[in-house]
Write a protein that binds this ligand. Structure first.
Ligand code: UD1
Length: 418
């Protein structure tokens, strides 16, 4: 098992081109199942989560090739509509396959999904949406069986604007007869990206980015080429890292509007941010001021996927912060590890009270989930002395060689084997 060894204290300088968003790529990979012609997806982010999703597609019979950073998928040879538990438990996004398989085969069998341990993460909103559209759903022996022979278009009001449920229902509806309306739909940029991809395949979908998505069923989809959006969470992680370490970093290929909530929060408090076209420049003296009250929420609010990194920033900011996690109920697993490094944090239910300390100290810490592990890495970059971060398989799910990117900015960080 590899670990990261970090010697804290270096400022960050340089440029990083932000890769495609894993959270866009994963549902788009699932949506490929809906089509029977070749699809080329550019800028493949080669992380363990996307690799797991490719394995799932292959297990269903799709042919997948990699060429110059692109992924070439031929879903015409798909023969299976079932995903076994050993594959489904590797990546939570296997659940998106339900909607896509229903569109293609009118039936699906998917084992309960894996993914980060950040709460109960039920799939009731996905399933009640399917049922509302006439799908027969049965849950037994760890598998979900869906039969869509009587599936029809209609209106689904989501109880909560779940990203995954919105994506599942969009995919399940594109090949139905008639018009389906999703109300209280999620508005995240990754939903808009999925809509753009489906439209490129020949689907009729509109409204993504607002709370109402309208899908007019079409008979068949065709192949296409598509470039998914850049990863706003990776960009946000490096913005926060620069605010913590000090320095001057230019992030390229990213849409600043996707990070508006973070930019508004950090600018002039933790650092100075200039955002223009597809670039964000972060300049920091490494002496951030506390952000005060910070609440995660659905888009366009502050993403829950940046909460852990913001908490690491708050732990070395001058003053106190109150961080409220509104999206997932169990997303403070990084806190005990940050406390080992000297952070002053108290958690009560969904709220973390953080009093900034002048220094964190190097320690042996252990990653518990994807974004939490990223926050420990950022803490290691500013800590006095050496930090080792173990269990880094979590961070490899969503960041490609994070240590190489940070080292290219001047951080003293390397991967070591046990
Ligand atoms: C997606 C992202 C994840 C991000 C999250 C919120 C991907 C691959 N993952 O996850 O990185 O943190 O959006 O922006 O895109 N819920 C239910 N029942 C359901 C579905 C969700 O109760 O059927 C609850 C969840 O437990 C959670 C909240 O709704 O508390 C948000 O979940 P959701 O938006 O569905 O997140 P994911 O799609 O799992």
């Amino acid at each position: 098992m590899s670990k990261l060894l970090i010697h804290g204290g270096n400022k960050l300088f340089g440029e990083i081109a932000i890769t495609a968003a894993k959270n866009s790529y994963l549902p788009i990979l699932a949506a490929c199942v809906l089509c029977e012609e070749q699809i080329v997806l550019h800028n493949y982010p080669n992380y363990t989560d996307t690799q797991s999703m490719c394995k799932i597609l292959s297990s269903l019979g799709a042919n997948i090739d990699f060429c110059d950073g692109d992924l070439i998928i031929d879903p015409s040879s798909l023969f299976s509509w079932g995903i076994e538990s050993d594959l489904a438990c590797q990546v939570r996004s296997s659940i998106f396959m339900l909607g896509a398989l229903l569109g293609r085969f009118k039936k699906a069998r998917v084992a309960y999904p894996g993914g980060c341990e950040i709460g109960a993460r039920p799939i009731d909103i996905h399933l009640s949406g399917f049922k509302k559209l006439g799908v027969k759903v049965e849950e037994k022996h760890g598998y979900i069986y869906c039969n869509a022979e009587k599936m029809h278009s209609g209106t689904v009001l989501l109880e909560f604007p779940s990203v995954g449920a919105t994506e599942s229902l969009m995919m399940a509806s594109v090949l139905l007869n008639g018009e389906t309306r999703l109300l209280n739909a999620a508005k995240e940029p990754e939903i808009v990206d999925l809509q753009n991809f489906l439209v490129k395949l020949g689907a009729k979908v509109r409204g993504a980015g607002s709370g109402e998505i309208i899908i007019e069923g079409v008979k068949k989809l065709h192949g296409c080429e598509f470039t998914p959006i850049a990863d706003r969470i990776i960009a946000g992680t490096y913005m926060i890292g620069t605010a913590m370490c000090g320095g001057n970093v230019l992030l390229k290929g990213v849409n600043p509007e996707h990070l508006r909530a973070l930019i508004d929060k950090l600018d002039k408090t933790a650092c100075v941010i200039e955002a223009k076209n597809d670039k964000i420049r972060v300049t920091s003296d490494g002496k951030p001021i506390a952000l005060g009250k910070v609440e995660t929420s659905v888009y366009p609010g502050l993403p829950t996927d940046l909460q852990a990194q913001i908490l690491a920033l708050s732990s070395i900011s001058e003053g106190s912060s109150m961080i409220i996690e509104n999206v997932f109920e169990s997303r403070f697993k990084h806190v005990p590890e940050l406390i080992k490094m000297g952070a002053d944090v108290h958690v009560k239910d969904r709220v973390a009270f953080v009093r900034g300390v002048p220094h964190l100290y190097g320690a042996s810490v252990c990653g518990m989930e994807l974004r939490g592990t990223a926050s420990l890495i950022l803490a290691g970059l500013v800590a006095e002395g050496y930090t080792t971060v173990s269990n880094i398989r979590h961070v490899d799910r969503g960041y490609k060689n994070i240590e190489l990117e940070l080292a290219s900015l001047g951080a003293d960080i390397k991967r070591i084997d046990d």
